[in-house]
Design a protein around this ligand. Structure first.
Ligand code: CS2
Ligand code: MG
Length: 402
């Protein structure tokens, strides 16, 4: 089998997605997600101008060699644009391989290690009581693990909390919104939120929280300590993730489990965190981490260090990445939990998928390959619209972590 053509699509059914389609001489095609929130066009150019021309006439079964060719061969390694582009190709190759063997992808990754994949959802509210109510709604939908974010008194807009009761979306059309951040107000507020949640719901559910990289290590250590009585499943992204050594300090002070990695794109970004057991869950996922090939290696590396996976699954990752994550999660031993932030209803008809949600868990489905089909005609009805994540400033105007 040979790759004869490749197409890169950009479509915006409610938000932007970049999709790669690899076409072969045997009439089978493979799909990959190439979406990098707020930087979509950079990945399109990287794929179209630099990678796709090198793919023509290659054997799509050689997924390892093709991955190494693009990773090692470029001289310029790593970085989110590069790794998202390589990830799209890698996903499409695995999709093609599994389709041509007529098996769901998880069968090629080790087969079924569990009956289903436990997911966590997002509950949010403008204030504590609104967040408590939203948690109740998600319990009714069957979720047993819930990430909770709420507005912070004195801060006008909090990332991760929808505006005017709407669901939040990790990008907004137009130029980036500028928000104001106060660490002291945040640190005083979050323990009150989780105290109330445990008062109302007891131990019926697992609770998670995302600090969105906004703290310093000693502030994160304080928050972790303050949250210990409320037994979180994890505290996510407590500090900006570049300085892995910063987690040593947090770890010395708190037994609140830690999760990190949604902005990582290489095993080198998490090597210290894993080998020193500084985190409990690693969140680097298929689309931004270079594809299924390196994510499987990452999971296997983490296994002896008691680090489990907790892959990123926000709405800016397309259903192709969700499908890939579910196949990986089904096969590996050290799966922890999967983020599930359901897409807008416009998305699923464009990316018809075999994966399903039921009672707090998901299944990858039994269709050959990833189990996703891309409706090109429908996608063409939703042209690209520039959209960005917000930026954050501290109260004195200093630019701060988003
Ligand atoms: C968040 C995301 O899902 C999460 O954990 O941190 O909303 C994240 O901010 C976006 O996916 C970034 O594109
Ligand atoms: Mg996050």
């Amino acid at each position: 089998m040979k790759i004869t053509d490749a197409k890169v699509f950009v479509s915006s059914p409610s938000r932007n997605f970049v999709t790669l389609k690899l076409i072969t001489d045997e009439g089978i095609h493979g799909l990959g997600d190439a979406t990098l929130n707020g930087r979509e066009k950079a990945v399109v150019a990287y794929l179209q101008d630099h990678l796709v021309p090198c793919l023509i006439d290659r054997d799509p079964f050689q997924s390892e060699d093709i991955w190494q060719y693009f990773y090692r061969g470029s001289y310029w390694r790593r970085g989110p644009v590069t790794m998202t582009a390589i990830a799209a190709i890698d996903m499409a190759l695995w999709d093609l391989k599994a389709k041509s063997l007529n098996v769901p992808l998880y069968q090629l990754l080790g087969g079924k290690s569990r009956a289903s994949v436990q997911v966590y959802c997002h509950a949010t509210g403008a204030d504590i009581e609104a967040a408590v109510d939203d948690v109740g709604r998600h319990i009714e939908q069957g979720y047993r693990a819930i990430r909770v974010q709420s507005g912070v008194p004195g801060i006008a807009a909090t990332y991760g909390v929808g505006k005017q009761g709407r669901k939040y979306e990790p990008a907004q059309e137009g130029m980036p919104e500028e928000c104001v951040w106060s660490t002291s107000k945040y640190l005083a507020h979050v323990p009150q939120l989780f105290r109330r949640l445990r008062d109302v719901y007891g131990d019926r559910i697992e609770l998670l929280h995302d600090a969105h990289h906004r703290l310093t290590p000693i502030e994160a250590a304080r928050l972790g300590k303050d949250l210990e009585p409320f037994r979180l499943l994890w505290l996510e992204d407590p500090v900006s993730a570049e300085l892995q050594e910063g987690f040593r300090l947090i770890r010395r002070h708190t037994v609140t489990p830690l999760a990190v990695g949604e902005v990582f794109n290489s095993v080198h970004d998490c090597l210290t965190l894993i080998t020193e057991q500084l985190v409990d869950y690693i969140r680097m996922t298929v689309v931004h981490g270079g594809g299924i090939t390196p994510i499987m290696k990452l999971a296997h590396l983490a296994e002896p260090y008691h680090v489990r996976t907790g892959f990123h699954g926000a709405t800016d990752l397309s259903p192709i990445t969700m499908a890939a994550a579910l196949h990986v999660n089904t096969a590996i031993n050290n799966f922890g939990i999967q983020e599930h932030m359901p897409h807008d209803p416009l998305v699923d008809p464009v990316f018809r998928h075999g994966y399903t949600y039921e009672a707090g868990s998901m299944l990858p489905g039994e269709e050959p390959g990833l189990g996703v089909e891309y409706d090109e005609a429908l996608a063409a009805q939703y042209p690209y619209r520039p959209a960005y994540l917000p930026v954050n400033r501290r109260e004195d105007g200093t630019l701060w972590n988003w």
